[in-house]
Design a protein around this ligand. Structure first.
Ligand SMILES: Cc1cc2nc3c(=O)[nH]c(=O)nc-3n(C[C@H](O)[C@H](O)[C@H](O)COP(=O)(O)O)c2cc1C
Length: 366
């Protein structure tokens, strides 16, 4: 209530990207100066919410989606919002500024955002150093940490792109509980071509080899790899993704990134960029349903896109998502949306006599 009536109107007076940066700066200071206090806030969990995916135990199934904390500046904060895991990034191997501003646009009536940030990133070296310091502090991070890696814009030639992903992976994967490979942002020219079968296969073969090497050399445990996909692929392309992901021993898929389509959107949203929030909800759900049907339980899926309530999160889980994530919903509903979703999930599961998140996954198709 306080967020909607007081904080949101103030934030919405500012440019969306400026408002976001202000919040991240504030959280960075908070995590640097009040880490003791933050640690006192318990992670939101419950036996019915706790779930294990890809060998990792999550205190609850609601994560912060990529793009919110791109450079991993507020990692020790997110559990206070009720998150059950955090995905930082996208982080590019080399630092880069992204596209010209303005590049983030809000549409409050539709609870939507269009962004064309274009992977503004401090780069893998700086972010790896930041996360390393956190990991070396000896204090366990409150939540499982996913690190999302993407392509540096100026790298174009195929072999160089593979090397670029490898460089980012080598710096960041040793610090991650799971790694997300991003080939689905609409804002980096040529990136989505890497969802095509031959290229995707080359990329996933390379990174799964890297992951194996890393498991043996550094971690002693395997690094689960997830692939984040676009909602704009044909069914044939989705089938290729499933095939290549299975062939390369991926740990799971994330569906979906933002869309370049404008179905269900208004005319003012007809500008270049990726659309997220409410207008993406049905489409992401449809992609998830399709993938779940094709996968038949062989890989877990993280569902993301337009989730802004417990009912929507529950629908996603029942359609086959083992975990869910939120981004745009946090802008419109406030930072405690994950907490609200978890409380609602408990209520809805009790109503339906479902004892755990794992039992709820895919019930719709059983
Ligand atoms: C401003 C903004 C920046 C984003 N940046 C990234 C990113 O860097 N990497 C990524 O994989 N997804 C990024 N996303 C996509 C989100 O992670 C998510 O997949 C998408 O927005 C759909 O979820 P939502 O409707 O809950 O926002 C971004 C989304 C927004 C709105």
């Amino acid at each position: 209530m306080l967020y909607r009536s007081l904080i949101r109107p103030l934030l919405f007076q500012q440019d969306p990207e400026q408002a976001h940066e202000g919040i991240i700066r504030l959280l960075e200071t908070l995590t640097a100066t009040q880490s003791e206090l933050l640690r006192l806030v318990p992670v939101q969990t419950h036996p019915a919410l706790q779930t294990t995916v890809a060998g990792i135990t999550f205190p609850n199934p609601v994560g912060l989606a990529a793009g919110f904390d791109k450079n991993g500046k507020a990692i020790p904060f997110w559990h206070t919002c009720g998150c059950g895991f955090v995905e930082v990034g996208t982080i590019t191997a080399q630092p880069q500024g992204g596209n010209p501003k303005p590049r983030v646009f809000r549409y409050p009536e539709q609870a939507a955002v269009v962004n064309r940030l274009g992977f503004n990133s401090e780069g893998s070296e700086v972010v790896a150093e930041r996360i390393k310091r956190l990991r070396q502090s000896g204090i366990p991070l409150p939540l499982p940490l996913a690190i999302n890696i993407g392509k540096t814009k100026i790298v174009e030639e195929e072999a160089a792109v593979l090397e670029d992903y490898r460089a980012g992976f080598r710096r960041l994967a040793p610090l991650a509980d799971l790694v997300v490979i991003n080939v689905s942002s609409p804002n980096t020219p040529g990136l989505r071509q890497w969802q095509e079968k031959a290229k995707l296969s080359a990329l996933l073969t390379l990174l799964s080899e890297e992951a194996k090497g890393l498991s043996e050399a550094v971690r002693g445990t395997s690094v689960p790899l997830f692939l984040k996909i676009s909602p704009d692929m044909s069914e044939a392309d989705r089938d290729d993704v499933v095939e290549v992901a299975l062939e390369n021993g991926l740990a799971g898929l994330i569906a979906t990134n933002t869309t370049i389509a404008r179905e269900g959107a208004t005319e003012e949203m007809e500008l270049p960029g990726g659309l997220s929030g409410k207008p993406l909800c049905e489409k992401s759900l449809e992609v998830l349903r399709y993938l779940y049907r094709q996968l038949q339980g062989r890989l877990p899926i993280i569902g993301v896109g337009g989730i802004s309530s417990a009912e929507e999160a529950y629908a996603r889980i029942k359609a086959g998502a083992s975990l869910v994530q939120v981004y745009t919903g946090m802008i419109y509903e406030g930072p405690f949306l994950p907490r609200k979703i978890n409380q609602g999930l408990l209520r809805l599961m009790e109503r339906d006599g479902i004892k755990s998140i794992a039992d709820a996954v895919g019930v719709e198709s059983r």
